[in-house]
Design a protein around this ligand. Sequence first.
Ligand code: SF4
Ligand code: MSK
Length: 647
Amino acid sequence: MDSKQRSGDKAAQEMLECMFEAGIENAWDRLQEQEPQCGFGKLGICCRNCSMGPCRIDPFEEGPQRGICGATADTIAARNLVRMIAAGAAAHSDHGRDIAHTFKIAAGADNGDYMIKDEAKLKEVAARYGIETKDRDIKQIAGELSEVILSEFGKQAGTLTSAASYAPAARQKVWNQMGITPRSIDREIVEIMHRTHIGVGSDYKNLVKQGLRACLSDGWGGSLIATELSDILFGSPVPIRFGANLGVLEPGQVNIVVHGHEPSLSDIIVGVSQKPELLKTAKEKGAEGINIAGICCTANEILMRHGIPVAGNFLQQELAIMTGAVDVMLVDVQCIMPALGSLCNCFHTKLITTSPKCKIEGAEHIEFSEERAVQVAGEIIKVAVENFTRRKGAVNIPKARESGIAGFTTENTFYALGGRFRGSYRPLNDAVISGRLRGAAGVIGCNNPKQVHDSCHIAMIKELIKNDVLVVSTGCGALAAGKAGLMRPDAAAKYCGDGLAEICETVGIPPVLHVGSCVDNSRILTILANMVSEGGLGEDISDLPVAGAAPEWMSEKAVSIGMYFVASGVYTVIAEPLPIQGAKNLTKYLTSEIERDVGGKWAFERDPIKAAGMMIEHIERKRDALGINKKAERKLYDMEDRRALTF
Ligand code: SF4
Ligand code: MSK
């Protein structure tokens, strides 16, 4: 086993070697056991939507070209794909619904465990939903907003308020013309399940159309709601320092690793963990303190708001347990490997599930409820403190640990760029127009053991910033960049082209901006909407010199995210192709013809440098179309020039 073939991350390599020596399996070993993976599944041409099947289409066109019901490869692959979108959109939107419930509780309670932390944002969001805010009590506004937002999920008439309120007018026109304006959140997901049932839709373009409508109800609906309400409830992030990688685990402290996606419990855990009585108990048990660290998007949520360190991303969840230093791994929903249950049995680590939606064999379940949030957090921390005394032998924590700045948002990022007192998108747009910045790219998404862990994210990001493309990142991609030191302001001088380096150095920002968790991809949408409304870069998102990528994606949520970026007019490159390539017409549609309909399209490229090149070419094509493509001139700035800069 060559650990460098599995991960580009030094801490991960170290733990992979330990696992190998100890004979303990991990995701990479299980991938090997699965190989060769089913070709029909990869190409998207197997169907088990009814019990006449399962049916499969022969990709070499020597065998059957239709399922028993007559479904073609295009029909089968389109149905499978839009079902992936339904699952991804459901995961994000159900997360949004849970936050909306917590928000409703906060609005209604006087001394509850949650309160409204960002009143200014509450008023701004309420106004978008047509709620009067002037001279009104905060709780009243919040109560009314919670009702309106919760009704968006099951709305029976009209269209989604958030899509109409946040998206540029030109974009909404495209959606209306194509008939894909999202009507409500749950309805679009349910309709996918209906349309893909045996004997309903078989026209692949019409199936994709519903996929587009459902993913828009995720990006501009459920995910956006999750982001906005989390900011109101837990506080809008501000730029904040953080530490990243397995080296953030503390040998002498009680280590609680929070993993999953929703901030409702983890945010409370952060506060409760520093209560004097719990710290006192921890000390009595021989621990120096209580250390909270995160994995996956729960990590992103509490990192953005509290600077809580990150232990790792998706493929490091098993590796964290292997350190023997995790006293409790606390999980909520999404991206939690079932393998953790049996793995924790090899160590003293307690795996604690908290959501009724996510119970795992081998885990202890302590059910979370918003009404008892502080109490549940206290119970869990006590279990961790008690478990600290059960550690078996020496711990094995890799030294690797990086630092960076996170916490950029649609609202605060461009305060940083424009100066704290005159925040506006003008400086960003001007930098793009002048050519110092060629454009921007979102590099997001998961890890996948089919790619060398983190290395595709890092190679792609380095190539983009070298070419003066500003990168915004979320999810596990953001954590990869943080661990690689790309979120340090001094990374600009090391890795960026002259134009981007100059901007980063002048403003003091890193070249890769951490904008949050998976649901916070909605922040990227609203950043793009702001760039359009600032003016000078076209009328629609599809005019902007921007591109998106998920170089190590694996989840159905990533399919929904990619599709809502495409449906919003963004060119989107992913490594592992969508499972559609056995369907020729569908593949041609999604990678080419769809651009005529929505302005964005998909591309598949496993080589991250080539993929970055494709994104840069696209950005330059958009610059040509905007008529702003003059080469950036290198100018050496003295102090006076710097003061005069708009950046
Ligand atoms: Fe086969 Fe059609 Fe049934 Fe799918 S829906 S399993 S293609 S008969
Ligand atoms: S956690 S969805 S592995 S980004 Fe959002 Fe990471 Fe992908 Fe999960």
